[in-house]
Design a protein around this ligand. Structure first.
Ligand SMILES: Cc1cc2nc3c(=O)[nH]c(=O)nc-3n(C[C@H](O)[C@H](O)[C@H](O)COP(=O)(O)OP(=O)(O)OC[C@H]3O[C@@H](n4cnc5c(N)ncnc54)[C@H](O)[C@@H]3O)c2cc1C
Length: 451
């Protein structure tokens, strides 16, 4: 490892060495990653050196930014964990309405400077999720029904191939790699930077409605009916939320349980208020709707702002009719004994349903809703319990499940075939075979080679 350390400006850690434990720690504190070596890269040149070193020494390579999605990864024994977490440089170009984000950038690194130019990126619900992992796996955010998946707004990717070459993939170069990274996950190389389209969004009308959890059936029924009436400018979530009794949780929610609707409307307050009125009329306990700046969208979902131990699982739903709501309530509603902190159902459709012109591996999503259920897991016993309950939610909704799951919400180990449309998976297998025949790159959802 000394030769690698001498060749890069970043850092190299092996087991037993000071710094190894910190360097291998994922954002998801429930995960205990034990790679043979951790490389914390400072630059694309470091990434290329690390990849070449790993290949020479027959090590597999797991690229990772934050470790939000460490849970589905296969064990890293004998592998190199290649962390991009220090590579957080972001450049906003207001003239072309694009951003270039290095592979370790978090969404807050993009949304805040973009907003200074009246621009918004297709970020997800959490400011601390990594731009790279989120976008490679699709990227479902608050503007999704209007502008689609983040992956299809990528205009270029810079990546180090499994051969150790730094290449640029865009509309004119490396068409297979460009297609694969836009929704197919990070299995064809180590991304060092992404360029993406930004959108002229200053403020939006957005917020949450909190109802007592006892009203879940009424609230979810009303929300589901409402999703059939709203324009693409509205993206929303129906949710059951049980807040832990922790000091970090704001007082009105601490230790309480709610049925919720969260929504963002790309437009003015007057029209937004009219749109939300059918749900507001139900009389929520708490109503936070207001005009907010685009970066504040990332507070709407109240994701944990610090690393936590957690487990979750998700599914795409072809539909979410009244019978599905009943099935969900039976396992996670007001009377259910469940350790799940959150069960959310996101409204898809709109731009997500229409294949993006020249789109990538997830050109669209052929499902009307996406479900994600998760709980905190401070102990291994609780981890097993939470996993079981998340699976029970998935099982309860099995009759409405689409043909495949959503890449980013699949937190249990699963091959990429389970989280991509079949035609995309088959094309990805061919690209993987051509660029990574030795399966050197470990990704959240592996692409198995054709035999
Ligand atoms: C609190 C929370 C909120 C979330 N909200 C949303 C949401 O609103 N919408 C949504 O779509 N998803 C959401 N997700 C899911 C999230 O998008 C995935 O977990 C995503 O993989 C995280 O990306 P990351 O870079 O932070 O994580 P990491 O664990 O660092 O990366 C995940 C995977 O991406 C790949 N990868 C990462 N960096 C690279 C790279 N440089 N080169 C090649 N491959 C790479 C690897 O396969 C890696 O295993 C959320 C997750 C959490 C925990």
């Amino acid at each position: 490892m000394k030769t690698l350390q001498a060749a890069i400006s970043g850092e190299v850690f092996v087991p037993g060495e000071a710094g190894y434990d910190q360097a291998r720690q994922a954002w998801n504190l429930a995960m205990d990653q034990r790679p043979a070596v951790v490389v914390v890269a400072d630059s694309a040149a470091d990434v290329a050196e690390a990849v070449r070193y790993a290949r020479t020494h027959r090590m597999r390579i797991a690229p990772q930014g934050t470790g939000h999605a460490a849970r589905p990864l296969e064990p890293l024994d004998g592998a190199m964990l290649l962390r991009t977490s220090r590579m957080r440089g972001v450049r906003i170009d207001p003239a072309t309405r694009t951003a270039r984000a290095e592979a370790g950038a978090l969404w807050q690194d993009v949304t805040v400077p973009a907003a200074r130019h009246g621009l918004a990126a297709l970020a997800g619900s959490s400011p601390s999720v990594g731009v790279a992992g989120y976008t490679l796996g699709g990227g479902l955010g608050w503007l999704a029904r209007r502008y689609g998946l983040a992956a299809n707004s990528v205009t270029a990717a810079e990546l180090v191939t499994p051969d150790g070459d730094l290449v640029r993939a865009d509309a004119g170069h490396e068409p297979d790699l460009f297609w694969a990274v836009r929704g197919g996950g990070g299995s064809v190389g180590v991304v060092t930077a992404l360029e993406m389209q930004l959108y002229p969004v200053g403020e939006l009308y957005a917020g949450d409605l909190f109802f007592p959890i006892q009203r879940t059936a009424e609230v979810l029924d009303a929300w589901r009916a409402w999703t059939g009436t709203v324009p693409d400018e509205v993206t929303s979530i129906g949710r059951i939320m049980r807040f832990p009794p922790l000091p970090a949780v704001p007082e009105p929610m601490r230790g309480r349980a709610f049925a919720m609707v969260e929504a963002a409307y790309l437009g003015d307050a007057g029209t937004g208020a009219e749109l939300i009125q059918p749900l507001r009329r139900l009389g929520p306990d708490l109503d936070t709707f207001a005009m907010i700046p685009a970066p504040a969208l990332q507070q709407l979902h109240m994701d944990p702002d610090q690393p936590v131990p957690a487990q979750g699982d998700g599914a795409l739903l072809a539909d979410f009719p009244a019978a599905a709501i009943d099935a969900l309530i039976a396992v996670a509603g007001p009377d259910a004994d469940t350790p799940l902190a959150s069960i959310e159902v996101r409204h898809l459709g709109g731009a997500l349903a229409r294949p993006a012109p020249d789109g990538g591996a997830q050109a669209n999503i052929d499902a009307k809703y996406a479900m994600f259920a998760a709980g905190f897991t401070p102990t291994p016993e609780l981890a097993a319990t939470v996993r079981g309950h998340a699976q029970a939610v998935k099982d309860a909704l099995a009759a409405w499940q689409a043909g495949y799951d959503y890449y980013n919400f699949e937190e249990t180990p699963a091959a990429a075939s389970a989280v991509l449309p079949p035609a995309s998976y088959h094309r990805l297998q061919k690209i993987k075979a051509s660029y990574d025949p030795d399966q050197a790159i470990i990704s959240a959802h592996p692409v198995r080679l054709l035999t």
